[in-house]
Design a protein around this ligand. Structure first.
Ligand SMILES: [Zn+2]
Length: 447
């Protein structure tokens, strides 16, 4: 019979639990010292081992030959718990049995002493789903529980548990499992199943499962079926619809070079081959973030995973990258209210102006710059050297969107044609004709 990895590799001992060192330590110590409260509340994200650990605890409390707080897994009670037919272990899923009758049934059962002489353990999964009445009924039991009875409430939504219940439970926090622990867990499965693997592939599965061990195991399961037994990076990427970083980089370069048609085609292809577009867009955003950080700080290694990737982007100005980031981010927001592909396509089109618009937008947004560097190239280059020399010496003033050059009457008349042309060509340049500057009074003496 085929058993999914997630179930087959469920931990059966405290020592086999992955990534929950604190929870394991507290529970194991409680078993060893025989100081068991009436109720535990296991809180934390889904699929990180709450119910598995609850069962291990039930076993440890009922095991006939426990060793150092661990269940033996071979006595009659351990085997019976493993098989799911131990009379003193009651598991209830509050998502489907959330009413008061279910809790009443538990309350009645609680009154019988444990049949096998150990602990009666009640595991209530998804405890936050219980109705208010059910909570109140449960509360009565928790107030005066019979001896050797343990309630284990598991929940992913701690804040939905009413305070009166909280105050009667000892809370055990579970955390998301980190990628390297997940990877080790997957490695164990691979080696005992005789599956070949690539390190990077297991890491990818670990990242994609976002701290959820159960998801990681079932992903591995599915990929191994898909690849017929060899877990390669490429297969995982294909399976998850993750695009490789190299591909994302290629797309980003298309955008930066305003190759809109190619970029649109690229996007279409991804979409048609069933890739997860929002995920791709997220990858794009995170690559761009890395590139921007590389450009902005001295030691990017501290913040960026792969600095070498960024080197391909060194020739693009930060402003262009920031503008692109803005467009990509807006595309992401728009994808929430309209078809994804269409939102992204529009974003791609908006990047068309990356190349041309940056210098002008810079000019318009940065007045200081307008009067200095950028102006030199974009304005003075249009004039004859004499006219540009005259203009460089003129006073200037920013009025609204325009830079107004204050030019003496005589000079203006000399270069009138050039200045008028410049005004037509560069809309943010204007002139003001002024009387001769200075207090020399009589410039005629110069002649
Ligand atoms: Zn045992």
């Amino acid at each position: 019979m085929y058993i999914p990895f997630a179930r087959k590799y469920r931990p059966r001992l405290f020592a086999e639990v992955t990534g929950q060192e604190i929870a394991v330590k507290i529970l194991k110590n409680a078993v060893k010292s025989k100081k068991i409260p009436h109720a535990y509340l296991f809180t934390g994200p889904k699929g990180v081992g709450k119910t598995s650990l609850a069962r291990i605890l039930a076993k440890a409390l009922n095991c006939l030959n426990p060793v150092e707080g661990e269940p033996c897994n071979s006595c009659e009670n351990c085997i019976s718990i493993e098989k799911g037919n131990f009379p003193d272990l009651v598991e209830m899923d509050a998502a489907s049995n959330r009413g008061i009758d279910d809790i009443r049934a538990i309350r009645e059962a609680v009154n019988y002493t444990p049949l096998r002489g150990g602990y009666k353990v009640y595991i209530i999964d998804e405890a936050h789903m219980l109705t208010k009445e059910a909570f109140n009924a449960l509360l009565k039991t928790l107030e005066e529980p019979p001896p050797r009875t343990l309630f284990i409430l598991c929940t992913t939504e701690y804040e939905k548990i009413i305070p009166t219940i909280l105050s009667r439970c000892q809370r055990i926090p579970f955390k998301r499992v980190d990628v390297s622990s997940i990877k080790n867990f997957l490695l164990r499965i691979c080696s005992s199943e005789g599956i070949e693997w690539e390190e990077k592939a297991l890491e990818l599965i670990g990242e994609a499962s976002e701290g959820c061990l159960r998801d990681a195991a079932s992903l591995l399961d599915q990929v191994s079926v898909y690849t017929e037994g060899k877990i390669t990076t490429q297969a995982v990427e294909e399976f998850l619809g993750i695009t490789r970083k190299e591909k994302v980089k290629e797309f980003l370069l298309l955008l930066l070079n305003s190759k809109v048609e190619e970029a649109l085609r690229f996007l279409r292809n991804l979409h048609d081959s069933g890739f997860d577009l929002p995920k791709f867009w997220d990858q794009l955003e995170s690559l761009l973030r890395e590139v921007i950080i590389c450009k902005s700080v001295e030691n990017p290694e501290e913040f960026v995973e792969d600095v070498t990737l960024c080197s391909s982007f060194s020739k693009y100005p930060l402003e262009a990258l920031l503008y692109l980031e803005n467009v990509i981010n807006r595309g992401k927001q728009e994808a929430r209210t309209r078809p994804t592909l269409r939102a992204y396509e529009l974003a791609v089109v908006k990047t068309l102006i990356v190349k041309e618009i940056i210098p002008i937008s810079l000019l318009l947004s940065d007045k200081d710059l307008l009067s200095k560097n950028s102006l030199e190239s974009s304005i003075f280059s249009k004039l004859s050297s004499l006219a540009s020399k005259a203009l460089k010496e003129a006073e200037r003033e920013i009025k609204g969107d325009k830079t107004v050059f204050k030019v003496e009457e005589e000079i203006y008349t000399n270069f009138k044609e050039e200045f008028e042309n410049l005004k037509k060509e560069v809309p943010f340049v204007d002139f003001e004709v002024i009387k001769k500057k200075g207090s020399t009074g009589n410039t005629m003496s110069l002649f």
